[in-house]
Design a protein around this ligand. Structure first.
Ligand SMILES: [Zn+2]
Length: 261
């Protein structure tokens, strides 16, 4: 159960997918990138894989959650976590086996505690991975996953040889995004639930902020200054991976700011 302040105190994460607030249509990946054989991991780019879809929100059965495996010689990084499927329906063993075939996980980066699950602990233990999140998320990550983060960060900084951690509080008090300039030529931005595509536009929900959502707004304005070419949220009403131009990204930020009301 999420604890919040002001009028945006929320009961749980199910409100993540509320909202369709206009703005420019979001453009998802071309079809050649979206083919998936059954319920298995999908390769998005040379160095990036997406775990099979999970549908944890009973009120929004078409919603999708994924984790993303960045394959690197320096050690693979898993953004977010598997195991968010509704209680009793988790079946991420095949994903974990595929992750092992791809070289395992050296570091597991959460954008915020909503991504934590008992599978987070399983991944950490199976692959001897280092679990990382922003410091303010650590207590809830430990409560939900059953294991404390190994490392936390407070400020914007570069982690793990080229992955930039960008604190973006507002959705939760310790939400963070991660930016990575891939040798593939793409710049990946892992946004967690701070911003995601929804029904042809972009939106978000504020869980832990003041009544004016001023912290979340400041975080979105900070993100507008980044230059991603691919945005990879943790959750979306449909396939969440979107390629963007600079103009489209700034428009996405404006649409999300408008969606906050
Ligand atoms: Zn969330």
């Amino acid at each position: 159960m999420a604890r919040g302040r002001g009028r945006f105190r929320m009961r749980n994460a199910e409100c993540c997918l509320v909202g369709n607030h206009g703005g420019r249509p979001a453009r998802t990946l071309p079809a050649r990138r979206t083919m998936r054989k059954g319920n298995e991991m999908k390769q998005l780019y040379d160095d990036l894989w997406q775990t099979s879809p999970e549908h944890p929100l009973s009120r929004f059965p078409n919603s999708q959650c994924h984790a993303y495996l960045l394959v690197r010689e320096a050690g693979n990084v898993l953004f977010y976590s598997t195991g968010r499927e509704a209680v009793g329906k988790v079946d991420d063993r095949a994903d974990h086996d595929r992750i092992e075939e791809l070289g395992g996980v050296s570091h597991l980066l959460l954008s915020h505690w909503h991504e934590a699950s008992p599978s987070t602990r399983s991944i950490r233990e199976r692959f001897n991975a280092t679990l990382i999140c922003q410091a303010r998320e650590a207590p809830m990550v430990e409560k939900v996953a059953g294991v404390a983060p190994d490392t936390v960060f407070w400020e914007r900084q570069t982690l793990l040889d080229g992955i930039e951690a960008v604190p973006t509080p507002g959705h939760t008090v310790g939400s963070a995004c991660y930016l990575y300039r891939s040798p593939s030529g793409q710049t990946y931005l892992f946004t967690g639930d701070t911003i995601w595509p929804a029904r042809g536009s972009w939106t978000s929900v504020t869980f832990e902020d003041d009544a004016r959502q001023s912290t979340h707004r400041a975080s979105l304005n900070l993100l507008a200054a980044l230059d991603p070419t691919v945005v990879l949220p943790a959750i979306s009403p449909s396939d969440p991976v979107v390629e963007v131009s600079s103009f489209e990204w700034r428009s996405a930020i404006q649409a999300t700011l408008a969606s906050l009301g």
